[in-house]
Ligand binder design. Sequence first.
Ligand code: ADP
Ligand code: ZN
Ligand code: ZN
Length: 813
Amino acid sequence: MHFIDIILPIPIQKTFTYSVTEDEATFLQKGMRVAVSFGKTKMYTGLVFNIHQTAPILYEAKEILQILDEKPIVNELQLKHWQWIANYYMCSLGDVYRASLPSAFLLESETILYKNEAFLDESILADDEFLIFEALQHQSQLTIHQVADILGKKKVMPTVNELIKKSAIYIKEEIYEQYKPKLVKYIRLHANYNNDDALGNLLEELSNAKKQREAVFGFFQLSSTKKPIKAKELEKKAKVSQSILKSLVDKNIFEFYHIQTDRIQFKGDTNDLKVLNEFQQKALLEIKETFKEKDVTLLHGITSSGKTEVYTKLIQQVLDQGKQVLFLLPEIALTTQIITRLQVYFGDQISVFHSKYSMNERVEVWNNVLENKTKAQIILGARSSIFLPFSNLGLIVVDEEHETSYKQFEPSPRYNARDAAIVLAKIHKAKIVLGSATPSLESYYNAQQKKYGFVELNRRHGNVLLPKIELIDVKEKHRKKEMNGHFSDRMLKLIQDALDLKEQVILFQNRRGFSPVVECKTCGVSPQCPNCDVTLTFHKFRSELRCHYCNYQRAMPNSCGACGSNTLDTKGFGTEQIELELKELFPDFKIGRMDLDTTRGKFGYQKIIGAFEAREIDVLVGTQMLSKGLDFDNVTLVGILNADSMLNFPDFRAHERAYDMMVQVSGRAGRSKKQGNVAIQTYNPFHKILQQVSTTSYTEMYKEQLQERWQYKYPPYYRVIKITLKHKDYNKVDSGVNWLFKSLYNSFGENVLGPTAPAVSRIRNQFIKNIVIKIPPKQNLANTKNHVLKIRNSFEAVKDFRPIRFIIDVDAY
Ligand code: ADP
Ligand code: ZN
Ligand code: ZN
């Protein structure tokens, strides 16, 4: 007897055992996909994890349904990495499997309808049912999708079920491939015309068909290049239509054929790498020196010091050794610029992988990496690219390593891509460099502890000085009546000065929309989201109120919903309001906005960033997207409109993050020629973080924050595991969380904090409660996690608690 253990893409802790024949066992390898049935009718794509001869004890192994691959699509290095992720982040291998593979690989079954030939009495069918039955007279099968199309509605299962009940149809589950290769149509001469006589005759034959003759002539002209000829190309060249080519194919003069191509291809020229300046050169040598002893090195380089140029040299060396490179970026906003920069050096050796790519595009990148193709030697991608099937990594670069967007919140696995990348590098025996102008406290601490190598780069390229940063006291400005809308006179002067010199300006406001709160001046009531415990944000352009947590939206009312008065007022401000104020204040200049609302769509970011680069926009207003590594050479002023909103979060990382954000966004100023300016509006100019930002004193910030982390028992000293419970019934969550707190407290005592409700305590009608477990430096991590899992099992054994969502977040943010 032969068996395989497979991973299923569902949140179940264990692998499942299925039986296979001897032939199948010989053919199958770890990392191949098989279709199996699981549960009552569902079919899933499982991944082979183990092949063996031991029957499962607790259940009878079912047979597999189908083998889906000829060779593994996941390699053993990945499986090792997945196991680490599942263990460390306390989730199932199935969760990691689902997160790793492009969804096209995870085929699920589809329900297919067939006509029951024995069914005769059509009169018992209702109208909708008859429509379906009739359609099945014309085609042998229908998918649920097609049924929805026919009926013109989404909810079709009642109709389908009724048809089954009346024995008019039966259904089957079938698996189908989702990935469709992109085929390009080419054209060539039919084999009949492979000799000169035939060709002579051909032109004769066509003497009356002018267009067809032109197509044939066009073909001969193109074929002189000896390259395959695309049908489209020929249409253009000969100025003929598709139907002319078709008629030539029908006459057996031409024939069409198809070649599979990748959807994304780089076309363009490449340049040599830049020559490093002396400081970059030194940093490069130091990094290589640290790599002799350490696998991880932190590069602390101030903004615009040219970290990217240093990375390129490291990358080149690794490519020369024939190894793969992974370049991680926190967000897509960044990739549009860095892709272009790196492509100029490395051309088509780069593949990009991120969430705005379509499923088909992702499958192509996956396959190219799997086959170690030339075009996939450097992968540039956001966090999920750590899951690609690398076989031979030599180097990982984690750019902007401090970024919180490396952490996945939802769904599981809740991994930090930086940390998972360090483990990935280890598995490949590769080196990894973490780079940032504002390293995370964790990484800087690890460097100080000599766990990581450490290299600094303290000069901006071209010796441009870091920007001058000034703090503007808004309270004072209000008192002196020197505010115009949300702008101080000083800020307006700096903007005007920059614009007068034809320089560009970036303004940062970390909220989108027009205003986050609408309030009635008569009764004080604010419109709330019906599904979440937050006020609705006013978006003026569409005159809408929107929830930023669940996307609920409705028209802005004219009067107060509570008292009926006409006295609705807005409080606070977002990017939309700033944009509108600027348009009034600077009517002769072009104002742009970059936030979630303006960057939808695949090329949303690219369009805005491109327009700003091309200087079609003079002032760009935006949210934290603007703080991410963007490189514009003509920006000399960065304004931060409301620093305080970043400082007042009830979160142990809030101050560190506020520092990062402000220093990073400031770093967009004065990158190329002259020193830039940064102006920060605040009610608390003496706040220590603002003081540290204004002097760019990273180490001061680091020491002070570290002190607090020690005092309040937080990372990097203590580790934290956050447990979140969610349910739509408040009482259920509440009794669940109290039970849980007691059991955790019995085991971990004072190191369990909570239970608390988060700032937004209900989202999408789910009430939320948190508990945080702190793990002291000497406490064994693996044992602690096992114990937490045991407590979760007991929790889930309580019938009343079973419906509660139980979320574990290791190293929570
Ligand atoms: P960082 O990533 O450290 O913020 P970048 O790598 O974006 O800095 O470099 C800032 C700017 O300076 C970029 O436009 C880059 O092209 C330019 N630059 C950096 N180093 C060099 C160099 N050695 N030669 C020419 N230009 C450079
Ligand atoms: Zn009112
Ligand atoms: Zn909501």
